[in-house]
Design a protein around this ligand. Structure first.
Ligand code: AMP
Length: 209
């Protein structure tokens, strides 16, 4: 089962990808996480990606496509995967079509006001990457990760100025993918307004799992 999870920043697609990945035992591939890992390890790719990411812009297609292709060719992707945050542009989707056969695209729908509310409350563990939210998924101890007890931070690209840019980028470059995959008959819409558990059940329902 080769899936794409599509949606605006803050729509919870990453959280849902993690849940489904555990349930059906296929990897979640997040290009955002891959970039962050490269930045942490100070690789050449990470250095290339960092300034784009911190400001909320997309990393150029050729860099992203190369990284995604390499990841999707690894053995653990043979029986399927969930792409979280890739593709994000039409050229990326066209490139992906040349190297992989995607089965379905789950599109998480969320209005702009809710997007801003959700992203501004988001906190991330700087060590293990676990995500929390000041309103929807509070850590047990303020500012501390439940999983590894290290400190939580606000990602640089979750700061208000970057969020505005990311939303504009989403509308201009990523939203057209909905039509692109609709034309291929692959889009399954899911409202991202309910609770995490309700959305997870809905995802299973639309995928007939
Ligand atoms: P995410 O964690 O998915 O919100 O991604 C964080 C940032 O990583 C994005 O704002 C982009 O700067 C970069 N990024 C992640 N995925 C892609 C992609 N498919 N194309 C270009 N840039 C990406």
């Amino acid at each position: 089962m080769k899936l794409i999870f599509l949606g605006p920043p803050g729509s919870g697609k990453g959280t849902q990808a993690k849940i489904l990945s555990n349930n059906v035992n296929i990897p979640q591939i997040s290009t955002g996480d891959l970039f962050r890992e490269n930045i942490k390890n100070k690789t050449e790719l990470g250095i290339k990606a960092q300034s784009f990411m911190d400001q909320g812009y997309l990393v150029p297609d050729e860099v992203t496509n190369g990284m995604a292709k390499e990841r999707l060719e690894r053995n653990d992707c043979e029986s399927g995967y969930i792409l979280d945050g890739y593709p994000r542009t039409i050229p990326q989707a066209k490139f992906l079509d040349t190297v992989q056969n995607i089965d379905k695209v789950v599109n998480f729908e969320l209005n702009e006001e809710e997007v801003v509310k959700r992203i501004s409350g988001r906190r991330t563990c700087k060590t293990c990457g676990e995500m929390f939210h000041l309103m929807f998924k509070k850590p047990q101890k303020e500012g501390i990760c439940d999983k590894c007890s290290n400190g939580l931070i606000q990602r640089p690209d979750d700061a208000p100025e970057s969020v505005k840019v990311r939303l504009e980028v989403y509308k201009k470059q990523t939203e057209p993918l909905i039509e692109f995959y609709k034309d291929q008959g692959k889009i399954l819409n899911v409202s991202a307004l309910s609770s995490i558990d309700e959305i997870a059940s809905k995802v299973k329902e639309v995928l007939e799992l």
